[in-house]
Write a protein that binds this ligand. Structure first.
Ligand code: UD1
Length: 339
């Protein structure tokens, strides 16, 4: 039985990936310092999977703590590294905290993989590295645009660090560039737990429908798109989770020639904000109240993935529809306190 370390394994994507790893028979070790989640997520994972993964409350950005934690697990077959700060706006306010945390944890994990080159590493990257792409759908070899935020920069530079270190030390890694992961586990036992006012569209929608927030705003109605609102590639979190296992197994099988491969994780289909609202209303039967508001600074007009590389090399495609994303996100929202 192979052991896989999932950092940030109690977070949104990490928890869903942990569930799928357990379902495929991996032994899972979760490292999560609860910076942006809650320990009850472990109960949700255990309830779905029927197995409780081992959890370590460790700050991986702390070099001493990280080293001593990893020293107890020299036999790791792979690491899936989710643990990172991810709020774009906050990163502009607190760049030092973002750089210290996101680079610190990555560097500390790379110290380990440099010494254990048989341990494969999966890195959480983002479509934010493309900025406003010149061509859509955007493929993996599209130019990287200057980062709009310190958060985005941690993804761009993180990929570069990964490439340099993997080449120098002879280990393999895969960077997965997520488009817009949404939804929740269909069991409604795990999902997204945004703390405070959600900045992302779908959590804001579900909280609005639950009566927890007023004032859903659609940012911008004058974009050059089919209905004037911005286009994104929304992808079900379970599809995203499954791609991580395919990526890890690609490393285990020794496939691919580059030290670090990069794959887009999207559906290939763009949806406008108004289409997302319509999908939510259709999937849940709930009517949303919303208004148009000015464009949100830093937003791109449109982003959706070319999915051919992931399909050809990973054998992975997103299978869940936007309506299923909405139904699952809503079912999850209804389990949350204060609903
Ligand atoms: C954002 C980040 C991205 C990050 C991702 C996950 C930016 C520019 N990008 O993606 O780097 O990886 O979150 O955290 O911040 N919208 C509304 N009303 C709302 C909220 C959003 O109309 O209340 C619109 C946005 O303007 C956008 C779309 O909905 O057009 C999606 O927004 P959001 O869910 O925040 O994701 P991104 O901005 O695409």
């Amino acid at each position: 039985m192979k052991t896989v370390l999932v950092t940030g394994g109690l977070g949104f994507i990490g928890s869903h990936t942990t569930v799928e790893l357990l379902a495929r028979g991996y032994r899972v070790l979760v490292a999560d310092n609860l910076a942006n989640t809650r320990r009850e997520v472990l109960d949700g994972i255990a309830s779905i999977a029927g197995i409780r993964p081992t959890w370590a409350n460790v700050d991986l950005a702390d070099p001493v703590a990280c080293r001593s934690f990893l020293a107890g697990h020299p036999d790791l077959a792979g690491i899936i590294h989710f643990a990172a700060h991810k709020a774009v706006g906050e990163s502009v306010q607190k760049p030092l905290a973002y750089y210290r945390n996101n680079f610190g944890s990555l560097l500390n994990l790379l110290e380990f993989t440099a010494e254990h080159p048989r341990c494969g590493l999966i890195f959480s990257s983002s479509c934010t590295v493309y900025g406003q792409a010149d061509q859509l759908p955007v493929c993996e070899d599209a130019p990287i645009k200057p980062a709009e935020s310190p958060y985005g920069n941690t993804k761009q530079v993180g990929e570069e660090i990964l490439r340099d270190v993997a080449k120098a030390h002879g280990f393999r890694a895969i960077a997965l560039r997520y488009f817009n992961p949404i939804g929740a586990h269909p069991s409604a036992k795990i999902g997204e737990l945004p703390l405070g006012v959600p900045q992302n569209l779908v959590p804001f929608i579900t909280q609005s429908a639950a009566g927890l927030r007023a004032g859903l705003k659609v940012f911008g109605n004058d974009y050059a798109t089919r209905d004037g609102t911005a286009v994104r590639d929304y992808i079900h979190v379970v599809d995203v989770a499954l791609a991580h296992i395919d990526a890890l197994e690609r490393l285990f099988a020794g496939k691919g020639s580059e030290a670090v491969e990069v794959f887009n994780l999207g559906t290939g289909t763009g949806s406008t904000v108004l289409e997302v609202i319509a999908a939510f209303e259709r999937a849940t039967g709930k009517k949303l109240q919303w208004d148009f508001a000015p464009r949100r600074p830093g937003d791109v007009v449109a982003a959706y993935a070319d999915t051919n590389k992931a399909a050809a090399e990973l054998g992975w495609r997103a299978e869940r529809s936007l309506d299923q994303c909405m139904a699952d996100a809503w079912r999850w929202q209804q389990t949350l306190p204060g609903r």
